[in-house]
Design a protein around this ligand. Structure first.
Ligand code: ACM
Length: 416
């Protein structure tokens, strides 16, 4: 059995070139092997325990459902998609550790994961070091530009940009900002303050509570003292339930002092009970009540798979559609070249008819064109959609910070 010298030389030359170009060895070995067993391994990294499990469980479920749909239709290029599921327990350090295991140990070609920006920031160095690909479905603060992430949730120009002026017009200019204590609420509130300044608004209070916080009496006393027109909430996880229940127990009235949130979805409302959320507002590109054939199909499939009465929400929807975008990207590559960088390039520009409308991964910045909406929570736990964008909105992750632009080459500083 002789070794074909020409093939061997070609192979080693390719490895040399790839290594010189900074392409990690793991992908040289894995490329082509990914299909060998008729399987494509992907990581599923959402918390099933801890304070954000309340929302992240639905992201895990939407992801697994999309993978099941793809496999039931024959897989991708004849190969089955195999999910490797990990529970990072709502803890950023555990997220980083599990991400490394999925990328280096399991050799997943992509990982779907995360709710909080703290957990995304924790896993980012792993994806950048190993040139792997993280598919992140959650609305976030923007101001990030990584080639190793496909961002499918809303950034501030797709969520706050029209929401804050709408709130000012309908309720008034005095805002109280309440958030959980980490990067996302602080950055979103900075954007809110920029918008309020333009509109002649005023911040009468700004406060951050620890993740998992459940005692809001002193916060509610401050609402009563300062009498804001709007309580702007970026509280996340279990705290959303506690805040709404205690607001109502304190006798506050959403007609006079509504909460306007970027993070309250059908999921937290199901946990607190619709009567505690009714009359408050959320801005997001997706609500479960949205009337489209794709959404009816999504909701029906979700309830069939995970239980009658289960809710879908503005994070589980992108968690679902991003798996279908991944499928389209891998399909486009054919059987060769199944590496995360190749998947990323094939993903840029992909479009998918999602439950919220047609979405597209923007090749300019690896974020997603989405359909902003404003909803008012109802006692039945659903949102009544009261405003919706007439066209999809291009993602601008540095919109609030003129002079900086995210490009495929990374962050660029515009010359003044
Ligand atoms: C978030 O932390 N991006 C909700």
């Amino acid at each position: 059995m002789g070794l074909d010298r020409r093939k061997f030389l070609k192979g080693t030359a390719a490895i040399g070139a790839a290594t010189a170009a900074g392409f990690p060895q793991i992908w040289i070995k894995n490329s082509g092997l990914a299909y060998a067993a008729g399987e494509i391994k992907v990581g599923v990294l959402y918390s099933l325990t801890g304070t954000t499990a309340i929302i992240e469980t639905s992201l895990n479920q939407a992801t697994l459902m999309a993978i099941d749909e793809i496999n039931a239709a024959g897989g991708i290029n004849g190969a089955k998609v195999v999910p490797v599921v990990e529970d990072p327990a709502s803890d950023p350090a555990t997220f980083a550790q599990k991400a490394r295991k999925l990328v280096v140990g399991d050799r997943c070609v992509s990982v779907f994961g995360s709710y909080t920006s703290a957990s995304r920031k924790a896993v980012l160095p792993v994806f950048e070091k190993y040139n792997n690909l993280y598919w992140y479905p959650t609305l976030y603060e923007g101001r990030e530009c990584s080639k190793n992430v496909i961002y499918t949730g809303a950034v501030p120009n797709q969520q706050q940009k029209d929401f804050v002026p709408w709130l000012v017009k309908n309720f008034g200019k005095k805002f109280y900002l309440i958030g959980s204590n980490y990067i996302y609420p602080k950055e979103e509130n900075n954007v809110c303050k920029i918008l309020l300044k333009e509109l002649g608004g005023e911040v009468v209070g700004e406060e951050y509570v620890p993740l998992g916080h459940s005692e809001f009496s002193s916060v509610i006393s401050k609402f009563k003292e300062t009498r804001p027109d709007v309580i702007f909430s970026t509280v996340v996880g279990d705290s959303v339930v506690a805040l709404h229940r205690q607001y109502k127990a304190a006798g506050l009235d959403p007609k006079k002092m509504p909460m306007a949130s970027l993070t309250t979805s059908e999921e937290e409302i199901a946990a607190m009970g619709g009567e505690f959320a009714a009359g408050h507002f959320t801005s997001a590109p997706y609500f479960m009540s949205y009337d489209s054939p794709e959404n009816h199909k999504f909701v029906e499939a979700f309830q069939k798979r995970w239980g009658k009465g289960k809710t879908t929400n503005f994070v589980s929807e992108p968690a679902y559609f991003q798996v279908h975008l991944f499928k389209q990207a891998v399909e486009k590559l054919g059987k060769k070249d199944l590496t995360p960088p190749a998947i990323r390039e094939a993903a840029w520009g992909q479009e998918y008819k999602a439950p919220e409308g047609l979405v597209k991964i923007d090749p300019d910045n690896s974020h997603t064109y989405l359909w902003p909406k404003i909803g008012e929570a109802q006692t039945n736990g659903q949102f009544k959609i009261i405003e919706q964008s007439k066209e999809w909105v291009k993602p601008l992750p540095y919109w609030a910070y003129p002079g900086q632009v995210c490009t495929p080459e990374g962050l660029q500083q515009k010359k003044a």
